[in-house]
Design a protein around this ligand. Structure first.
Ligand SMILES: Cc1cc2nc3c(=O)[nH]c(=O)nc-3n(C[C@H](O)[C@H](O)[C@H](O)COP(=O)(O)OP(=O)(O)OC[C@H]3O[C@@H](n4cnc5c(N)ncnc54)[C@H](O)[C@@H]3O)c2cc1C
Length: 495
C-alpha cells in the first residue's frame, strides 16, 4: 500500500528550472482561496548535498565528496541519468557555467517558431534577475590567458565584432575543476543548489530528495498526483497542481510512462494523445576544432572561465547563426586529451617530448550553428536521434571550421585539425524543445503559460518547453524561462 501525501503544488525534478520555480513560487505565491503560504513539494531523484553556500570556499561535506573523483561525476555515474545530472541542482551542478543569457535573436526564434509571447520585453525582468542571481560576468583583463588575448586580437584584425564570453561564478579560484563536467568543490560555480535552494527552504518548500517519480496519475484529463519510488517504498504525492521539471529528456520519458504522448507510440496505454511529446528536439550542430602552437598560449591558472566569441548571421531570428568561441584557449588541456590528440606523435620518445609542453601549446575553439530546420526525435532509451542536416546547415558548419581555422592561423597556430576530420566530430549539444510550448495544440505540448494543452492541473517548465536552442549553451536560457514561468504562474494561479 503506497503512502499518500497532499500538497498545493508538486514539482517533479529539482534541477536548474525546478529549484528556481520552487523558490520563486514559494516566495511570491499565495493560496488563491485561503491566502495562506503554499504547501510545495520539490521531488528530486538524486541526493541533496546540504549546506549553506560559501562561494570560493565550499563546505567540508561537498568538498570531500568532489575531491579527486572527477570520473565519479561524468555522464555515466550514479549522479546522472540520460539527458543530464541526477542530483538536487540538476545539470547546473556539473555544467561549465559558461553563461549565455538569451540573445535578442533567440527570443525572436521562439516567437517565430511556435507563436509563444516570450518576447525580449516580456522576459526582461526575468533575464535581469538571472544575470544578478547567477553573478553573470566577464573576466577582468588580468586573468585572461595569452591564447584568449591572441584569439581576440586575431578575430578583431579579421574584421569580427568580438564579444566577451561570460561566466556564472562567484569567487572562483580558477582550480579548473569545473571544466570537464565536474561539480565545483569550492561552491564557486553558481548552480541552482546554491542560488535558489536556500530561498526555497526559507519560504517553506519541502525538498524531498532520493525520490524517483515513476508515473503521473490522471483522473480522466486531470492530473491528480505522482507515484514515486523512495528506496523500496512507493509514495503517492497528490497535488492541486503539478509541474514537470525533469529536463529535456526525462520529462517526455515520464509523460510516455504515464500514457501521455503519441497514440501511435503508446498504443493501448494512451491516456492523452499528443504526438509532439518527444519530438521537435532542437540542438546546436557543433564541433570542436583544435590547434597547435609553437609556443605556450596557456598559463595554467588563467583563462579558465571566460574569453570571447564571434557571431555570424545570414538570416533573421538566429536561423543558421554561427558562433565561434575560444572555449579552449585558457586553462590547460587535460593530459588524456593531449596524449591522444591528432597532433600527438606515435607513443615512444617523441610522444614523451611532445607531452612535456603540448598541454600549454594546444588551443581549441567551439563552433556552434543554430540550425534553421534540423529537429530530432527522442527514443525510449533517452537518445535523441537527428536526421541528416540540410545543405545550408552543413555548409554553415564548414564555413565555421574555415573561419575558425583562419583565426587560429592568424593567432600563430602551426597546425589546425583538418576539416574532414573535424566534420567527423559533429554532434548535437544543448537540446531543448521535446515538449515545446506554442499557441497551436496540434504542434506543441504546452501553451505559452506552461499549461499542458491536453491535461488539467499539469504544467511543464524546463529545457523541454523551449522551442529553439539559444545562441550559446542552454543553462541561462533555461534559468531565464523558469524565472519567467514562476512569475506567470504566481500571476495566473497563486495570487
Ligand atoms: C555536462 C554538461 C555541461 C553543461 N555546460 C553548460 C555550460 O557551460 N553553460 C550552460 O549554460 N549550460 C550548460 N549545460 C546545460 C545546462 O546545465 C542545462 O541546460 C540546464 O541545467 C537544464 O535545466 P533543466 O531544469 O531543464 O534540467 P536539469 O538541470 O537537468 O534538471 C532536471 C532534474 O530533474 C531530476 N529528475 C528527472 N527526472 C526525474 C524523475 N522522474 N523524478 C524525480 N526527479 C527527476 C533530475 O535528477 C535533475 O535534477 C551543461 C549541461 C551538461 C549536462
Amino acid at each position: 500500500m503506497a503512502q499518500q501525501v497532499n500538497y498545493d503544488l508538486v514539482i517533479v525534478g529539482g534541477g536548474m528550472a525546478g529549484c528556481i520555480l520552487a523558490a520563486r513560487i514559494a516566495e511570491h505565491g499565495r493560496h488563491p482561496r485561503s491566502g495562506e503560504k503554499l504547501r510545495i513539494a520539490l521531488l528530486e531523484a538524486g541526493p541533496y548535498l546540504k549546506g549553506a553556500p560559501r562561494p570560493g570556499y565550499g563546505i567540508p561535506s561537498r568538498r570531500q565528496l568532489f575531491t579527486n573523483v572527477s570520473h565519479e561525476f561524468s555522464e555515466n555515474n550514479r549522479y546522472s541519468m540520460p539527458g543530464g545530472a541526477r542530483i538536487l541542482g540538476g545539470s547546473s551542478m556539473h555544467y561549465g557555467a559558461q553563461a549565455f543569457p538569451p540573445f535578442p535573436a533567440d527570443y525572436g526564434n521562439w516567437v517565430s517558431a511556435t507563436g509563444v509571447d516570450w518576447t525580449i520585453g516580456n522576459l526582461r525582468k526575468a533575464a535581469e534577475e538571472v544575470r544578478q542571481v547567477f553573478n553573470v560576468h566577464s573576466d577582468p583583463e588580468e586573468i585572461i590567458s595569452e591564447g584568449q588575448r591572441r584569439f581576440r586580437n586575431a578575430a578583431r584584425s579579421l574584421g569580427y565584432q568580438v564579444r566577451p564570453l561570460e561566466g556564472a561564478k562567484k569567487n572562483c579560484i580558477r582550480s579548473g575543476f569545473c571544466n570537464a563536467a565536474n561539480m565545483c568543490k569550492y561552491d564557486a560555480k553558481m548552480s541552482s543548489l546554491l542560488t535558489h535552494v536556500p530561498a526555497a527552504e526559507e519560504h517553506g518548500v519541502e525538498i524531498i530528495p532520493d525520490t524517483m517519480v515513476e508515473k503521473i496519475l490522471f483522473n480522466g484529463k486531470k492530473a491528480t498526483g505522482v507515484m514515486c519510488r523512495q528506496g523500496t517504498q512507493q509514495t503517492l504525492f497528490e497535488g492541486d497542481k503539478i509541474i514537470l521539471s525533469g529536463g529535456t529528456v526525462q520529462t517526455p520519458l515520464l509523460l510516455w510512462k504515464s500514457g501521455f504522448g503519441s497514440a501511435d507510440r503508446l498504443g493501448s496505454n494512451t491516456l492523452i494523445n499528443n504526438p509532439n511529446v518527444g519530438r521537435h528536439a532542437h540542438a546546436h550542430l557543433g564541433l570542436f576544432l583544435r590547434s597547435l602552437f609553437p609556443d605556450p598560449i596557456k598559463e595554467g591558472d588563467r583563462g579558465w572561465n571566460a574569453g570571447t566569441f564571434v557571431i555570424s548571421d545570414i538570416k533573421p531570428n538566429s536561423h543558421d547563426r554561427l558562433l565561434i568561441q575560444d572555449s579552449g584557449m585558457g586553462g590547460q588541456e587535460s593530459p588524456s586529451q593531449t596524449a591522444l590528440s591528432e597532433f600527438a606523435p606515435e607513443f615512444g620518445p617523441e610522444h614523451k617530448t611532445f607531452m612535456k609542453s603540448a598541454a600549454k601549446r594546444m588551443g581549441r575553439t567551439s563552433i556552434w550553428i543554430v540550425p534553421g530546420e534540423l529537429e530530432g526525435t527522442l527514443d525510449e532509451a533517452g537518445n535523441i536521434v537527428y536526421p541528416e542536416a540540410n545543405p545550408t546547415e552543413l555548409g554553415r558548419v564548414r564555413e565555421g571550421v574555415e573561419r575558425a581555422t583562419e583565426i587560429m592561423k592568424k593567432m600563430g597556430a602551426t597546425r589546425v585539425t583538418p576539416i574532414g576530420r573535424a566534420m567527423r566530430g559533429l554532434f548535437h549539444p544543448h537540446a531543448l524543445g521535446t515538449c515545446r510550448a506554442g499557441t497551436d495544440p496540434r504542434t506543441s505540448v504546452t501553451d505559452p503559460h506552461f499549461r499542458a494543452h491536453d491535461a488539467d492541473n499539469l504544467f511543464i517548465c524546463d529545457g523541454s518547453v523551449i522551442p529553439r536552442t539559444g545562441t550559446g549553451n542552454s543553462g541561462m536560457v533555461v534559468a531565464t524561462v523558469a524565472t519567467f514561468a514562476a512569475q506567470r504562474m504566481v500571476q495566473d494561479h497563486f495570487s
